[in-house]
Design a protein. Structure first.
Length: 386
């Protein structure tokens, strides 16, 4: 007597605890044919996105009209290009570390890809975030995690909200303390609004985590099964494995050290020296402004905030304008250019985007592998042929 080949294969898959999450991304592409649902590309490029880009162009046009281009160019020619290079490398190195950190948040899902693949995804979805408003890049990141790594979107979103919460509190605490030390008498308006935005993000992300934490104890029975599965998936993603928490904390420290070095070397390139408190202030406050939801990555608002902060810590207007322009060129415009290069060579990099797999209803399981159902295994074993 022998088992049919098909039944044996099914039994082996059940015994190994394989689920759709562990399949290769190619199978995911086959499960999401074009045209089955409104694609992510269509959702990204809707009228709010175009309106946001239009507002950004208007704001940037006004800012550019106020600049003395010749003076900025003279400042740039006199700047130390080596320091600018070190500053840029420090900034882009954060994407490598962010990828490592994100992967460590998702280790419960039996990932087969290494940290470099996650770093590439972090870099790419931040490129998307630079061209669409309202942090839509985070939603796109969850879709890319699903089609590239097999992690369900709701689980990926859970991990992203967790990381946003950590970063928001780090930013808020450091920005608040440095602002209080520098401006104890009265906070400037630009600083005050950035801190208010930071409070909203930190409290919002924490509230989401707490709500889902309480749901973990008792999920309302009236919710549809699909919603319940999404909640469970989000809960799996929102809290890393305990043994990974120390490593995640360490990687977070490295990220913010690199972000600080990025600002430090950029200011050094223009001969502008900062105290430790001023460095923390200049690093954190403009980053809070990037969360402004109505323009891509806070375009326009970030430029105004960074320039204002530089003036507040004593930079003369030409130097402040030059540092702001170079900062935004490296952080924003260069990132967009490099992102387009990655998109052009995505097949060579084995990177799946909305072009290969449009966004559709998530029917992949992201729960950790379960032991095979005994009854199902018994039924399989009874399927024999002479």
């Amino acid at each position: 007597m022998r088992l049919r080949l098909k039944s044996l294969g099914r039994l082996m898959r059940a015994a190994n605890g394989n689920n759709a999450m562990e399949k290769q991304p190619e199978s995911h592409a086959r499960e999401a044919p074009l045209g089955e649902d409104k694609s992510l590309k269509q959702k990204m490029w809707s009228w709010p996105t175009y309106a946001s880009i239009a507002v950004s162009i208007v704001i940037l046009s006004i800012l550019v009209s106020m600049l003395d281009i010749k003076e900025i160019w003279r400042e740039f020619e006199a700047a130390d290009k080596f320091y600018i290079l070190i500053a840029a490398l420090s900034h882009y190195a954060t994407y490598l570390v962010r990828g490592m950190r994100w992967r460590n948040c998702l280790t419960r899902f039996n990932l087969k890809d290494g940290s470099l693949r996650f770093s590439l995804l972090v870099f790419f979805y931040n490129f998307v975030d630079n061209v669409v408003p309202a942090k839509f890049g985070d939603l796109y990141a969850s879709h890319m995690a699903r089609i590239n790594f097999g992690v369900r979107r709701s689980a990926a979103i859970g991990s992203i909200v967790f990381l946003r919460m950590i970063d928001a509190w780090v930013l808020l605490i450091l920005a608040g303390v440095s602002s209080w030390i520098l401006f104890a008498a009265k906070l400037p308006n630009s600083v005050l609004w950035s801190l208010i935005l930071g409070i909203a993000i930190a409290v919002g992300a924490t509230s989401i985590i707490l709500v889902f934490f309480f749901f973990k104890k008792s999920i309302p029975g009236f919710l549809p099964e699909k919603v319940v599965e999404m909640i469970k998936s989000f809960q799996d993603g929102m809290w890393p494995q305990p043994e990974r928490l120390i490593l995640i904390a360490g990687l977070t420290v490295v990220i913010w050290m690199l972000e600080s070095l990025w600002i430090f070397f950029l200011c050094m390139a223009f001969g502008f020296r900062l105290s430790v408190v001023e460095l923390v202030f200049l690093t954190m406050i403009p980053l809070l402004a990037t969360s402004f939801p109505f323009t891509p990555s806070g375009t326009g608002v970030v430029e105004l905030t960074l320039f204002s902060c530089l003036r507040l810590v004593g930079a003369v207007s030409p130097v402040a304008a030059s540092i702001t322009v170079v900062n935004r060129f490296i952080d924003f415009w260069l990132h967009i250019g490099l992102g387009l290069v990655v998109f052009a060579f995505r097949r060579m990099l084995n990177l799946r985007t909305w072009r290969e797999v449009p966004m559709k209803t998530d029917n992949l399981s992201s729960r950790p592998p379960q032991t095979p159902n005994v009854q199902e295994g018994s039924e399989l074993l009874t399927r024999v042929e002479p």
